[in-house]
Design a protein around this ligand. Sequence first.
Ligand SMILES: Nc1ncnc2c1ncn2[C@@H]1O[C@H](COP(=O)(O)OP(=O)(O)O)[C@@H](O)[C@H]1O
Ligand SMILES: [Mg+2]
Length: 132
Amino acid sequence: MAIFLSRSPEETRAWAETYAKTLSAGDVVLLDGEMGAGKTVLAQGIARGLGVEEDVLSPTYAYVNSYAPLFHFDCYRIGSVRQAEELGFSDYFDAGKVCLVEWSENIAPLLPAHCKRIVIRKTGENEREIET
Ligand SMILES: Nc1ncnc2c1ncn2[C@@H]1O[C@H](COP(=O)(O)OP(=O)(O)O)[C@@H](O)[C@H]1O
Ligand SMILES: [Mg+2]
């Protein structure tokens, strides 16, 4: 377990950009933390580290956004595991891209057996504890 203390969104992105270098194709990374903790900011940094040049925005309404090397899921509004199955989530996990998953607890039965996890906690207005 490692803890990093971030003092700004950009520090979080920079940390995540470095973290991205430890990932391999097909890795599924669960981004855990409360609403507003910084899960999407982490996804932006990981995307940057994987060479994505497009803006990475929250996929809250689309559930999943696709970029060349990665899928970015936001399962906050997923109503049931069945809905996630019907959206083909299992196929995304098997596609050999990096998968970043916000609110993964809503689709727990569909997750692969071995996932990585980053927990981000709000410890101040602009301060976050990032645990791997
Ligand atoms: N150190 C920090 N790291 C990440 N986000 C931060 C930090 N300090 C402030 N923030 C702010 O917290 C919010 C995090 O939002 P977001 O990443 O969308 O959260 P989540 O996806 O977890 O709901 C953003 O408005 C961001 O600017
Ligand atoms: Mg988010």
